[in-house]
Design a binder for this molecule. Structure first.
Ligand SMILES: O=C(O)c1ccccc1NCC(=O)[C@H](O)[C@H](O)COP(=O)(O)O
Length: 209
């Protein structure tokens, strides 16, 4: 049985991230995007990332950030993976020599096979809902049928996932990983332990059915 990996994004408090790790989360997302309600300072991000146990990955999320900003974060926060959630071309994702995932927001004209070829050296495509204003963390889903079954990169499914739909999403898409923010929160940036536990439980349910 495949174990779908789980990333929970948008932590703002170390205790929430530690609770997520204890529940079995594989990756913890830290948002370095000042317009996001889940934005964290470098100092807070370092506290959160440093609190994680071995084998839980801290993911740094950027949206069209200046290289100087990313380099400052990299110098101070022990990140295991970079997530580019804006319009960064492949060369901008590669310039740090770090493993990265690229978010693709599913606007009507997106061709995922083409995007997989462009970002062929990424660790995966995070496929998320397109929104006219917000870059991510919308809590809205998209039509999962738009994801081809034979993409050559690991698919990280995001966008409006929650305990009540993640098992169905896994059964339909069979992604490498799922990613959630709004669906496990009690308020923006505040993760709810009961909802995180329910989400992980439903991921395992999806894996086994
Ligand atoms: O979470 C944010 O506030 C955010 C802001 C700007 C760009 C990306 C952002 N989050 C990225 C994520 O990886 C989210 O987990 C993903 O968009 C899914 O969010 P949700 O639909 O709320 O589960």
């Amino acid at each position: 049985m495949t174990r779908t990996r789980v990333k929970i994004c948008g932590f703002t408090r170390p205790d929430d991230a530690v609770a997520a790790a204890r529940l079995g989360v594989d990756a913890v997302g830290l948002v370095f995007h000042p317009q996001s309600p889940r934005h964290v300072s470098v100092e807070r991000a370092r506290e959160i990332a440093s609190a994680l146990p071995a084998f839980v990955t801290a993911v740094g999320l950027f949206v069209d950030a200046q290289p100087k900003v990313i380099e400052q974060v990299l110098a101070q926060v022990p990140l295991g993976l970079l997530q580019f959630h804006g319009h960064e071309p492949p060369e901008a994702c590669r310039r740090y020599g770090r493993p990265y995932i690229k978010a693709i927001r599913m606007a009507a004209d997106v061709d995922l096979e083409r995007e997989a070829a462009r970002y062929h050296d990424s660790c995966g495509l995070l496929v998320d809902t397109w929104h006219p204003v917000a870059a991510g963390g919308t809590g809205e889903r998209f039509d999962w049928a738009r994801i081809p079954g034979d993409l050559p990169l690991p698919v990280i499914l995001a966008g409006g996932l929650a305990p009540d739909n993640v098992a169905a999403a896994i059964r339909q898409v069979r992604p490498w990983a799922v990613d959630v923010s709004s669906g496990v929160e009690s308020a923006k940036g505040i993760k709810d332990p009961a909802r995180m536990a329910a989400f992980i439980r439903e991921v395992r349910h999806g894996d086994s059915t």
